[in-house]
Design a protein around this ligand. Structure first.
Ligand code: SF4
Ligand code: SF4
Length: 692
């Protein structure tokens, strides 16, 4: 009875303290912005894959397996912990034993996993303390962060040791008393066999000692967790459940901007739609934590500080200030700092500091290429780029602050419909001497071509990429494809403007283009530009632009599979080639095989770079970087990527994106390798193989 009373009081204190801490953390959610969830079936599936089957952790097999074993073991051991709580409260002994075979299985699993977890933890501690793993370091990793990680690991180790010792002594006690053991303990039995002859009293004492040690450690651990990075033990599963379902390349729409844009484009229609009084206008983008949405704040609470995101971030790898882990840690720290003031004084509380500015500098925010490598890598599906972009949106839309190169781009898109200072009338100059059907002509003749070939701004104006556009059109003509282009009716997709924070300009471009595309009743679009591919495919539907969008690598893959292209020309035979995955084709839209299938059909030797497919390093051009000076660092991203490509010994670096082409070409020049190494778009290789 005394044991029950002591246990009940301890449990009450544990729950009380835990509930108090959690309520303090969660009361801040009411200051964040709403965001709908929906799609519960899909969310459940993603939770099973990412959280329970540890799909992302296992991307790095060895360390991933150690972590996965700890996680799976934890889940199984939870069953035994629950039984201990019930036993403690009701004075019972192994109350779930009536569950028979299931009980035996759960006890045996816990018994086996305890030493497995303990050994994994020793491995983790050795890695942390004695091996200089880069991702465990960084300016944001203060000594307290490291101490916190180590303390949590030591606690888990002690939990496992006490569990094993409890099982061993329980087995010894049953052997000494002749009682039937409830449950199966393979490891406990094996260790107990080395202590034969232990008296019942001794075994019982140590059994009880370890029972109490184990349960008290659980209670202490549960109450340390909310103050520690290991809070993810609670948060990671729900965080995966609420994570982004759209392709990584998709960017959330800003409905308050849509209203403004509609008002500008058609004041009468927008006034007719607008409700009369909507109260205080919402701030555009994120200045401080209360501008984040609840999912972004939840993300920050779920961050394990593992640094996997930072370790793959091209900006960080090349010595820039940006660290996606820091973005999450700063968001959490800022809410912890500002939250109490918000609770006390309400939404207008101002302490003169901001997440965007005080915690995170413009230099950090503008260094991001929006390559999504961080989000792809994060084991708990945190979306760091969404927060970075929202802070850029604030800088551009509220403060008109952007690097000068990007301001020029905004002005050019606004005036010329392209990021460069070219006249929109020159949009078809690339096609000189080629037969390229115009949509307006085909439509006027009562025809609806099967495909619209979206040339894109780079395809129409960038000197190097104009050659690629021409080669692709030659292939289309060779295939007698039923297609047309918009010509001077095409305008910039708005992708660069959007990712550089100028949502207003993006939406204007999107709405204008959609009006033209829908006017021609376009159903299928082919494009050579992965950025436009992503925007047209994933983002235009938000404005009623619904099309089947095909990247040129996918089109070529299909033509090859259907045996419509015979790529047996000798020009490239035996050449060593390496393919650079464009972020907005690969990570953003999960297309890795189409370009590789095309290369397989050409008689070349394809060698992969160390970082390829979903691990591929960005070329450094995305997120508007192509049009601005790079932030300070040890080297530029395009050099890092070109060096990796050159290490393969390839004679040709193959790309499938206009931005990647510019960056890799610059990289080859920088390394003085123009004589030995060439950079071609995949279209050009196909065209050469066809002898066009
Ligand atoms: S999107 Fe890319 S550049 Fe930006 S923080 Fe993530 S990994 Fe770094
Ligand atoms: S954001 Fe994700 S990958 Fe980055 S440190 Fe946090 S948990 Fe790790």
């Amino acid at each position: 009875m005394i044991k029950q009373i002591v246990f009940a009081i301890t449990l009450l204190i544990t729950f009380g303290v835990f509930a108090w801490t959690i309520s303090h953390l969660f009361r801040y959610f009411k200051f964040t912005k709403k965001k709908p969830l929906g799609h519960f079936g899909k969310r459940l599936w993603i939770t099973i894959k990412v959280a329970f089957l540890q799909e992302k952790i296992l991307r790095r097999p060895l360390v991933g397996l150690m972590h996965a074993l700890v996680w799976w073991g934890f889940i199984l051991i939870l069953f035994g912990s629950l039984e201990m709580v019930v036993d403690g409260l009701f004075g019972t002994e192994k109350i779930f034993q009536g569950l028979g075979g299931f009980y035996d299985f759960m006890m045996a699993s816990g018994d086996i996993f305890a030493p497995v977890i303990a050994l994994s933890i020793i491995g983790f501690l050795i890695r942390r303390l004695f091996m200089h793993i880069k991702r465990f370091y960084g300016p944001e990793m203060k000594p307290v962060s490291k101490a916190d990680a180590n303390l949590a690991l030591v606690l888990i180790f002690l939990l496992m040791v006490s569990l094993s010792a409890m099982n061993v002594n329980y087995v010894l006690w049953t052997q000494a008393t002749g009682e039937n053991a409830a449950g199966v303990y393979p490891v406990g039995n094996w260790i107990a066999s080395h202590f034969v002859g232990t008296s019942a009293e001794t075994a019982w004492f140590w059994y009880q000692f370890n029972w109490w040690s184990h349960i008290l450690l659980i209670f202490i651990f549960a109450n340390i967790l909310p103050y520690s990075k290991h809070f993810h033990v609670f948060m990671s599963v729900p965080n995966v459940f609420i994570s982004k379902l759209e392709p990584l390349g998709y960017v959330d729409n800003m409905p308050n901007i849509t209203k403004e844009v509609k008002l500008m484009m058609d004041p009468n229609a927008a006034f007719a739609e607008a409700p009369e009084d909507e109260g205080e206008p919402e701030r555009f983008g994120v200045l401080d934590v209360e501008d984040t949405n609840w999912i972004q704040y939840f993300n920050s609470l779920s961050c394990t500080e593992c640094g996997r995101c930072t370790s793959v971030c091209p900006a960080n790898i090349t010595g820039k200030l940006l660290s996606p882990r820091k973005v999450m840690m700063d968001t959490r720290a800022r809410m912890k700092e500002k939250g109490p003031g918000l609770v006390k004084e309400g939404k207008n509380y101002d302490d003169g500091k901001h997440l965007n500015g005080t915690y995170l500098s413009e230099e950090e925010l503008w260094a991001c290429t929006l390559c999504n490598a961080c989000a792809r890598e994060c084991p708990v599906n945190i979306n760091q780029p969404s927060l970075i972009l929202d802070m850029r949106r604030y800088l551009v839309l509220e403060e008109s602050k952007a690097p000068s190169g990007l301001n020029t781009v905004f002005a050019n898109i606004e005036n010329n419909g392209a990021p460069w200072q070219f006249s929109p009338e020159d949009r078809m100059l690339w096609a000189e001497g080629l037969e390229v059907p115009l949509m307006a002509d085909r439509f006027a003749a009562g025809e609806k071509p099967e495909f619209l070939f979206w040339v894109g701004s780079a395809g129409a104006f960038d000197d190097r990429y104009k050659k690629v556009t021409r080669e692709f059109v030659k292939i289309l003509n060779h295939l007698k494809t039923d297609y047309a282009v918009l010509g001077t009716e095409e305008s910039d997709s708005g992708d660069v403007a959007r990712r550089a924070g100028n949502e207003m300009l993006y939406q204007m471009q999107a709405m204008m283009n959609i009006e033209v595309l829908n006017g021609y009743e376009v159903k299928k679009i082919i494009t050579c530009d992965p950025h436009d591919f992503n925007t047209l495919k994933n983002e235009y539907p938000d404005f009623d632009g619904h099309y089947e969008v095909i990247h040129h690598t996918q089109f070529l893959q299909k033509m090859i599979a259907e045996k419509k292209l015979n790529l047996n020309g000798d020009t490239l035979k035996g050449k060593k080639i390496t393919f650079h995955d464009p972020c907005y084709l690969g990570r953003a839209n999960d297309e890795y095989e189409a370009p590789r299938d095309v290369l397989k059909a050409i008689p070349v030797v394809n060698v992969e770079m160390e970082r390829h497919k979903s691990f591929a390093l960005c070329c450094g051009a995305g997120g508007g970087q192509m049009f601005k000076e790079a932030e300070k660092g040890e080297k530029e991203v395009f050099i890092e990527r070109t060096e990796e490509a050159l290490e393969t010994g390839a004679e040709i670096i193959c790309t499938a994106c206009p931005f990647c082409m510019t960056m890799i070409t610059d990289g080859i020049k920088y390394k003085n390798k123009e004589e030995e190494v060439k950079n071609y778009d995949i279209t050009e290789l196909v065209s050469m193989s066809l002898g066009l």
